[in-house]
Design a protein around this ligand. Structure first.
Ligand code: GCO
Length: 479
């Protein structure tokens, strides 16, 4: 038996997002989002489900926050629905939309829960989609306008503003794989969307800095995976490298190095022309808090299954799987060590190389600049969780031992990474409550709190009480 204790002031929290929990899809002046459009399109979402009502957090937020407080959860990462604030995507502000987030933040603070606000969790205003969406550069500037409005209203009480959640998913799952809104299958559009979303992060950072009514930590959350070749063959190793470039490096390099693998792909230039314009990469490289969303690893082989990229994900037999992915806890340690080594640790070459002009967004050694240790961005796990089928037992309890085991094993890997020198500052569980899992509808449950989708009754699961104990003790006992 061993007690794993986390550093003092380690941030424990839970995460959720507007479209997945709020409902009230067309209430109080909210405009339509691309996810309203997508979920209303037959065949896009399992069982024809939508986020129209979801778990009705828009009306039940007071109880949901009170339940968080009962569990002793000190931090809540939520997202703001852009179309609630700007129903047309820009221009006229919807006062009732802003008022909802005012109330939510005040309720969190009343319960001594710190708000971590995320500006964009995929629900782009449909009006902007109709004007080209993220493949259109102008959308990045509308995002900065939106960031300015939210910062002006809430930054007196909100000290952490994340610009985006998983820009890679919004860009590639939404515009190349087509499984998410807006549902296109166009690699050029996906690459343009990826760059413009990152550019919008930089533009929004400037807007937040200019408008913030207190010192605000500016962050972004990225879905990142260790990528392993299916075999040791040259073709599979090259396939894994391609996926690492187009899934991990395509977001990490611009944010932390000021470069982009897009410039390495001749094809990208062919497909997108000069999508990266002079000064863009300098604007993007602005970060105080790197949020890492980890769920599993990716095992890839060379294949023509996904055209152009010529890769295919494989699922090794004999391992443990959840409802959506392989369960691979050691991948979280591997990922954190890689990020620290490749992006936060000056290589001998960096030290030898004459220090580049220390731009306003980097440290003398050209390392990323932020408000964390050594003037670099802080690192937190901003999402980690597992979809397992939960149900009420005869006595009304939800004995979700698999989720508790998943949490134990992954939190232990965070502790291991900290012991190995990576200053991870926080861990957020995905998610507080069962909710709408995008194209999979309500079929995958991630919550620490069970939701009966007929009655919307909430019931704390065993994992919720287990996580509450980890928070209270700032650590856990492991075998
Ligand atoms: C994501 C999103 C969440 C998902 C969760 C489970 O990471 O994909 O941030 O909205 O629901 O990760 O897939």
């Amino acid at each position: 038996m061993q007690k794993l204790t986390f550093p003092k002031n380690f941030v424990w929290g839970v995460a959720a997002s507007a479209y997945q929990i709020e409902g009230a899809w067309n209430e109080d002046g909210k405009g339509q989002s691309i996810w309203d459009t997508f979920s209303h399109t037959p065949g896009k979402i399992a069982n024809g489900e939508t986020g129209d009502v979801s778990i009705d957090h828009y009306h039940r937020y007071k109880d949901d926050v009170a339940r968080m407080a009962e569990l002793g959860i000190p931090t809540y990462r939520f997202s703001v629905a852009w179309p609630r604030i700007l129903p047309e995507g820009s221009g006229k502000v919807n006062a009732k939309g802003l008022a909802f987030y005012d109330r939510l933040v005040d309720t969190l603070l009343k319960h001594k829960i710190e708000p971590y606000l995320c500006l964009f969790h995929w629900d782009l205003p449909q009006v902007l989609q109709d004007k080209g969406g993220w493949p259109e550069r102008a959308t990045a500037y509308h995002f900065a306008e939106y960031a300015h409005i939210v910062t002006a209203r809430l930054s007196d009480r909100v000290g952490v503003i994340m610009t985006h959640n998983e820009p890679w998913v919004a860009a590639f799952v939404g515009h190349f794989l087509g499984d998410h809104a807006p549902g296109s299958k166009d690699l050029g559009a996906a690459i343009k969307a990826q760059h413009h979303i990152l550019l919008s992060h930089g533009l929004a950072a400037e807007a937040i800095r200019a408008e913030a009514r207190q010192p605000v930590k500016i962050g972004i959350t990225l879905n990142l995976n260790p990528v392993h070749p299916a075999t040791d063959s040259k073709k599979d190793r090259e396939a894994a490298q391609r996926v690492d470039a187009i899934m991990n490096r395509i977001v990490l390099d611009p944010l932390l190095k000021g470069t982009s693998p897009i410039e390495e792909f001749a094809l990208a230039k062919l497909l997108t022309g000069k999508v990266i314009q002079p000064g863009d990469l300098e604007k993007i490289r602005m970060l105080d808090l790197l949020g890492v969303n980890y769920y599993s690893r990716a095992v890839m082989k060379h294949s023509s299954k996904i055209p152009v990229v010529n890769v295919e994900q494989v699922h090794p037999a004999g391992n443990e799987y959840s409802g959506m992915w392989e369960i691979y806890p050691e991948g979280l340690h591997e990922l954190l060590m890689r990020i620290w080594k490749d992006y936060f640790t000056p290589s001998p070459f960096d030290r030898l190389r004459a220090a580049p002009p220390a731009s306003s967004r980097s440290t003398p050694l050209g390392l990323p600049k932020g408000k964390g240790e050594g003037g670099m961005p802080e690192i937190m796990i901003t999402e980690n969780g597992v979809p397992v089928p939960d149900g009420l037992d005869f006595d009304g309890r939800i004995r979700d031992e698999r989720r508790i085991r998943y949490l134990q094993n992954h939190i232990a890997q965070v502790h291991r990474a900290i012991q190995d020198g990576v200053p991870v500052k926080g861990y957020f569980h995905w998610s507080l409550m069962d909710n709408f899992e995008w194209a999979l509808g309500y079929g995958q449950r991630f919550g620490l709190v069970y939701v009966d989708y007929k009655t919307l009754k909430r019931t704390v699961k065993d994992s919720g009480r287990w996580f509450a104990k980890v928070i209270a003790e700032n650590g856990m006992i492991v075998e």
